[in-house]
Structures are given as C-alpha cells and as structure tokens.
Design a protein around this ligand. Structure first.
Ligand SMILES: Nc1ncnc2c1ncn2[C@@H]1O[C@H](COP(=O)(O)OP(=O)(O)OP(=O)(O)O)[C@@H](O)[C@H]1O
Ligand SMILES: [Mg+2]
Length: 360
C-alpha cells in the first residue's frame, strides 16, 4: 500500500486504568477496501473505531486520513461517515429529512440537497419512503436510512460499528449482501466492526482478528479461515478440529507426512510451513466441512457418537480413541453407518493446516 492509503493508524494505543483497551496497533486500509474488525466482546473493536472517529483520544500514535494527520481533529472535521448499532435516526424527522441533515449542516443548497437525497434513496431502495416518518418504517428500512444518511456527504471513510446488530437473522443476512454491494458500487473505504464471524467472512475484503486489545491475524477471509495462525483464530472463525501430531517428513508440494498422537491410526498429510523439525510436536486444524466420512481402509478410524440434521448438512460427532475432545464432521450425505458404529475419516491434504507454534 502507498503513502496515500485513505486511512492509516500509526502506533495507536489506549489504556483505561489497568485495562489495555488497545495495545500498540498500526494498520492501513486501502482505497475502496472493506476491512472487518472481528473479535470477542471487550477486545477493543469499538475503541479502535472511536479513535478513528475522534470520539476517543489515543494515548499514543497518529490517525491519518489521506495525507492529513487528523489525530487532533474534532469528529465532524474528519470527513467520515458513521453507522452504529443503535442507528439513532432523528425521530421527529422524515426519512428524507434524516438523509438531508448532513448536507444542510454543510450549507448545501435545497436543489442540490434534494438531488443527492433522491440519489441515496434510490441506492438504498427506499425511493417511495422519502416523506415517511422514521418510526413508521421497519428496522431494516431504518438501517438503510442510517446508511444513506452516512453516505450522502460523500465521506472519505465509512465506519460501521455492528450496524446490523439490531436486526433479526434473515434480515441481517440479506442486509450483509446489500451493504456490501452498495459499498463496492460507491467504492467507499470502510471499516466494519462485528463479533459475528459469518458477517466478517461475507462482507470484508480483509479481516483483522482481534484479541485482548491486539490484532492477532490480518488477511483475506480465505486466508484467516483456511490458514489461521493459531488456535484462537481457528476456533473463533468457526468450528475447528485440533489434533496433536508429530511431523515425519516432507511429502512434496508443501505437504508433510505426520503421525497423529493417537494410537493405531494411519499416517496423514497436512499443509505446513517449511523446515519443520521432526522432533517437535505440532498441532493440526481441520474444518468440519473438509472432513469426509468413508469406508476406505486407509482412513482414520472413528466411532459415531451423535448426528444432528442442520438443514443443509448433517453434523456428526465422532470419537477417536485417545482423543479427549469429539471431532465434528459436516456432511451433505447421511452415512449408512449406525450410531455407535465405526467409520473412516479422510480430508483433502491441503485443507488440514499446521498451526504455528508461536500462534495464539
Ligand atoms: N470509557 C471506558 N472506560 C473504561 N473502560 C473502557 C471504556 N471503553 C472501553 N473500555 C474497556 O476497554 C476494553 C475494550 O472495549 P471495547 O468497547 O473497545 O470492546 P469491543 O471489542 O467493542 O466489545 P463489544 O463486542 O462488547 O462491543 C473493554 O475491557 C472495556 O471494558
Ligand atoms: Mg463494541
């Protein structure tokens, strides 16, 4: 990324009493990119967003928007758009008046205001709602008004803090797609805060996974999901099956032959970093949807403990001798084997990854 990235944070940190809300953090967001801040409650997501917005002063570091250091700027001087979970529309105003508000504050004339408001209404598919009072529209519609209101002033960066948090699940899922389409169409550089991993995977170009005031991994949705850098990321982004193992030797193509720390199981192949030492134990992570149940003789041997129908797949809980935790397999097909019966387990080599030792 170049020096003119629309948003840069240099060595930002924030402490409240004994709490490191945000440890020293630097990041850049590229033009038109949607970055998701993802992590459990209290990990510092809102703190980071509030520092960018100017509602919280960092203890150290600088916030740069374009080439301007805005660390000392008041929020309204930063040229940002914001949408929060409780989108707090102005209750006594119509949809159109809510959207026009920011333009009015900027001293933009009535004709231009009307034109821009109509453009935004069209964008969020609320063209027939301009004169409706905001408490006479649905939650999803209110959310779209909040989005239109934040975009109408043509912000340099859009900040979204759990913007869909108040919506029920179906509406939330359709809004995720809709919001992403609008963000991409306008090409507005954006940061979305969420603690919902599916939301981050669906919406973001890159995800920063946070834990206890730090970014522990940053990458595309595929990278953080398929190649987590540790157990924390791997488990936070969905269900992960974790195995203890020892490397036996390279198997070519970036793969390793490894022996699981379990009795009477065949050798398996996994993808992993260069230069593994065969003496050091490792941990392997495999997603439930990557595992396949099979009757092949070369497979791992497992016992079926439970199966639950989840609509689009069957969730199997398996027990492997010597493993304290169950293994989960998501399968589109129902196996003919009975509960309590033995079954084989295989995975495509490249979808089992070695978790780095230094990882979280
Ligand atoms: N104004 C404040 N005064 C004292 N402590 C604060 C303040 N704001 C945040 N904190 C603390 O800083 C930490 C990070 O809070 P933050 O609100 O950034 O978390 P978050 O990741 O947004 O969590 P959530 O998902 O619950 O919204 C928490 O331990 C929180 O209690
Ligand atoms: Mg928060």
């Amino acid at each position: 990324m170049t020096a003119s990235a629309p948003l840069r944070l240099n060595n930002i940190s924030k402490r409240y009493g004994a709490t490191d809300a945000l440890k020293t953090t630097s990041l850049q967001v590229a033009a038109g990119e949607m970055l998701a801040l993802l992590g459990p409650s209290g990990c510092g997501k809102t703190t980071m967003l509030r520092i960018i917005a100017g509602f919280t002063t960092p203890d150290t570091g600088d916030v740069l928007i374009g080439d301007t250091d805005v660390t000392e700027f008041a929020p309204r001087k930063r040229g940002l758009g914001m949408v929060f979970q409780n989108y707090s529309l102005f209750p006594h105003m119509t949809v159109g008046e809510n959207i026009a508000y920011g333009l009015k504050m900027k001293g933009i004339g009535a004709v231009e205001r009307t034109r821009r408001v109509r453009e935004m209404l069209d964008l969020v598919r609320l063209s027939n709602f301009e004169d409706r009072h905001v408490h006479h529209i649905s939650g999803g519609q209110q959310q779209r008004v909040a989005l239109a209101r934040s975009l109408v002033t043509d912000p340099k960066v859009l900040l979204l803090d759990e913007p869909l948090g108040a919506l029920d699940r179906n509406l939330r899922e359709s809004m995720q797609f809709e919001l992403r389409v609008i963000q991409k169409r306008l090409g507005v550089t954006s940061i979305i805060v969420t603690h919902d991993q599916d939301e981050a995977l669906v919406m973001a170009d890159r995800i920063a996974v946070m834990r206890e005031g730090r970014i522990v991994q940053m990458g595309t949705p595929t990278e953080v999901y398929e190649r987590p850098n540790g157990q924390f990321v791997s488990e936070f982004l969905g269900t992960a099956n974790i195995f203890e193992a020892s490397p036996v030797g390279p198997a070519g193509d970036g793969l390793w032959n490894v022996r699981l720390a379990l009795p009477d199981q065949p050798m398996v192949k996994v993808a992993g970093p260069e230069g593994l030492s065969s003496s050091a134990p490792i941990r392997i992570a495999v997603r439930p949807e990557r595992l396949t149940l099979t009757s092949e003789a070369e497979a791992l041997r497992a016992q079926i403990r439970d199966v639950v129908f989840r609509g689009s797949y069957y969730a199997y809980e398996l027990e492997l001798a010597g493993l304290s935790k169950p293994i989960y397999v998501y399968s589109r097909e129902k196996t003919a084997a009975d509960l309590g019966g033995m079954i084989g387990l295989v995975w495509p080599d490249r979808y089992a990854v070695i978790l780095p030792e230094q990882g979280q």
